[in-house]
Design a protein around this ligand. Structure first.
Ligand SMILES: Cc1ncc(COP(=O)(O)O)c(C=O)c1O
Length: 392
């Protein structure tokens, strides 16, 4: 590039700008930019189809949206700075005052907080349904004000599944939108749009990212009107994700199937082992034969991830904490979907549920990472032995 005219202050403003052509790398370039330079004055306002501002996303964000649209079999995908923002963004994009939303009682707790504390403030009524209800009961019980049914299947912490296909079918017949938080299925194990769901949401933070170090969420749909509503919603509320994060998510997508196969296999091995232990009252893993909702999982899913729950035999909170504290290979922390194993106790969170259920004892959620499952089993065995002594 020829040197610019002028003094150093001026030359340094123009020096090192965007090259006209880029080498073709395997992944997209990570562009950083708020300002997008337009070719001429007429383009500033006249060309609706033209990208005019970096908040709309640049090369890596567009590449990620296109890749996710392929994964989800969608016509449009919008990105959000976290999984929770995808939930709140999608809901705000389509709901209006006077609407009612039906939400599974097993919804991710921060989504529930948003529904209770924000949606209600904007005049949107929220009613929770028992995740054990049939599709006919869920949709049949909907008033004429219901605009949306929000499912999460398997549900957070307790893993109840809905017959999502049937709920979506019945909802459509009533003009109600069906929405699924599909973070467990990651768009790979399960594809809600193929099952008639209008909006498929996921926290990319979990399995797509896969390394517990980035936040992002996505909303996918086939319906052109919803594509527009989601894009308008992102624009109105000002959400943006960085090119670096979008690039990292794309990198995660490349190995998603490979990682999920391992998470799924190890998760099932650990779950099957746990089921045989005397300290364990029940295992809640829909992909394990004999567990609740296994038939639904088998009908609709291409595989399993590494997230499930177990109920310990009844015992005091102190013994549950001693079990968790004894684990050396399981980090104690929220979130999941990364390469590492994690464990949390669930009973505190379950207290906010409307339809309380006896799971057989204290509920523990495990995320099985990419470690060797035999090592994880040995770790859990030590923990369970401590539990047995403390709970006795
Ligand atoms: C089912 C589910 N949906 C959404 C989210 C929110 O994702 P994020 O942490 O990226 O906001 C989570 C996070 O744990 C989740 O478990």
């Amino acid at each position: 590039m020829p040197p610019t005219n002028g003094r150093d202050e001026t030359r340094l403003i123009r020096a090192g700008g965007t090259p006209q052509t880029l080498a073709r790398t395997v992944g997209p370039p990570i562009q950083k930019g708020s300002t997008v330079l337009l070719p001429d004055a007429a383009s500033l306002y006249d060309d609706e189809s033209q990208l005019t501002y970096g908040r709309q996303g640049l090369s890596a964000q567009f590449a990620l949206r296109a890749a996710l649209a392929e994964l989800e079999n969608a016509n449009g995908v919008t990105l959000y700075p976290s999984g929770l923002a995808a939930l709140t963004g999608a809901l705000l994009a389509v709901l209006k005052a006077g609407d009612e939303v039906l939400v599974t009682d097993a919804v991710y707790k921060p989504t529930r907080r948003f529904c209770d504390q924000v949606l209600k403030r904007f005049g949107i009524a929220v009613r929770y349904f028992d995740p054990r209800q049939s599709p006919e009961e869920i949709v049949g019980g909907a008033s004429d004000a219901v605009r949306m049914i929000l499912m999460e299947s398997p549900g957070s912490l307790s893993f109840e599944m809905q017959d999502v296909t049937r709920v979506a079918e019945l909802a459509r017949a009533r003009g109600i939108l069906s929405v699924a938080d599909n973070t467990w299925g990651a768009g790979y194990l399960y594809k809600p749009l193929d099952h008639g769901v209008d909006l498929a949401l996921q926290a990319l933070t979990k399995y797509v990212g896969g390394h517990s170090d980035i936040f992002m969420g996505s909303a996918a749909t086939r319906d052109p009107k919803l594509v527009q509503a989601l894009e308008d919603g992102v624009m109105h509320l000002g959400w943006a994700v960085t090119g670096e994060d979008a690039y990292q998510m794309l990198r995660g997508l490349r190995t998603l199937p490979t990682r999920l196969a391992r998470h799924g296999e190890s998760g099932l091995a650990v779950a099957a082992w746990l089921r045989g232990r005397p300290e364990v009252a029940q295992v809640y893993h829909p992909a394990l034969p004999g567990c609740p909702d296994h038939d639904l999982w088998k009908r609709d899913y291409a595989g399993a991830c590494g997230l499930f729950a177990l109920a310990l035999q009844p015992g005091p909170e102190g013994a549950v904490n001693a079990f968790l504290d004894e684990l050396k290979l399981f980090g104690l922390g929220f979130s999941w979907g990364g390469f590492e194993s994690l464990a949390v106790s669930c009973d505190h969170q379950l207290k906010t549920r409307k339809f309380r259920r006896d799971y057989g004892g204290p509920l523990i959620r495990l995320h099985i990472g990419l470690e060797n499952p035999d090592d994880l089993i040995a770790d859990l065995q030590r923990g369970l032995e401590v539990y047995a002594t403390q709970a006795a």
